[in-house]
Design a binder for this molecule. Structure first.
Ligand SMILES: [Fe+2]
Length: 285
């Protein structure tokens, strides 16, 4: 068994792991240890490692017990970068509000990771919050009021809160989904406080003002400063997290600022609501 050194980063989530070689064969005991850490701590950080893209994706799938789904074929579709310097990269500038990637899909990405390919300082940090801890620490009266409520998440632009410098993406006919505000995590069975400032449009069935008032209370709790973990990027950082339990946000990035190129890997591919799958895709199945 590989000896891993584990350092907890906050009281409720996040660990930094050293002593792990992503290219070495993985023994069963170490695999189990990493999977258990991923389920309990939800965010793993490895620093100063050399991580080719296939290993980045394969390790992410391994952490959720789906290593058998790894294929080089799928990898080519999934090879992309978050960068202010690289052509055709995603999110090249601006600030990103808290969100979980593809939260608007019926089945969103379960695991998401970023790898520091080129990072000049000072690079904008990525900040995380833990929706499971947020649910568990809700004030009793608020939990009672929101238990059973449903929320609508959309890929369309939701403008709320401090929008200064925020990168807003307009989408025609945006996909959306409806979930419980207290969502049962599909793998761990925990309850996640599942709403975000970037993509959650409304509480289903409530008047707009009432919906916004409840969401404000939810966000005030979810994004409380003491519940946040801020990661400062360096080259060779591999940060992998549970995209259902955690949300992430990033500070401002500019095109002429320090280079910040992060390689992203996300699995498995998200699934849309049946009524939103384009006809050509249905025919192809
Ligand atoms: Fe994201």
């Amino acid at each position: 068994m590989t000896h891993l050194k584990i350092t907890e980063l906050t009281p409720t989530f996040g660990v930094e792991i050293s002593g792990f070689d992503p290219k070495a064969p993985l023994d069963d005991a170490t695999r189990k240890q990493l999977q258990d850490l991923f389920d309990t701590r939800k965010l793993l950080i490895f620093r100063d490692i050399d991580l080719p893209h296939p290993d980045q994706t394969r390790i992410g799938l391994m952490l959720i017990g789906k290593e058998h789904e790894f294929s080089l074929e799928k990898l080519r579709e999934d090879n992309f970068y978050i960068s202010n310097k690289r052509a055709e990269a995603a999110a090249p500038f601006g600030r990103l509000q808290f969100h979980a990637d593809t939260m608007w899909a019926e089945k969103p990405f379960e695991v998401l990771s970023l790898y520091g390919v080129e990072v000049e300082q000072p690079a904008a940090s990525t900040t995380f919050v833990n929706g499971v801890d947020a649910w568990n620490t809700l004030p009793d009266d608020l939990r009672k009021r929101i238990e059973g409520l449903e929320v609508l998440h959309t890929a369309g632009a939701v403008r709320r809160g401090d929008m200064s410098g925020v990168l807003v993406t307009e989408v025609d006919n945006p996909p959306y989904t409806i979930t419980k505000l207290g969502l049962r995590h599909p793998r761990t069975g925990e309850t996640v406080l599942y709403a975000c400032e970037q993509m959650t449009k409304e509480i289903v069935g409530l008047p707009h003002d009432e919906s916004e008032a409840i969401l404000k209370e939810v966000f005030d709790h979810l994004y409380r400063p003491e519940g946040q973990l801020e990661h400062h990027w360096r080259e060779g950082d591999y940060v992998v997290w549970d995209n259902i339990a955690l949300q992430h946000a990033r500070g401002p990035v500019s095109l002429d600022g320090p280079a910040r190129t992060l390689r992203k890997a996300a699995s498995p591919m998200p699934q849309l609501r049946p009524d939103q799958i384009p006809a050509w895709k249905k025919e192809a199945v």
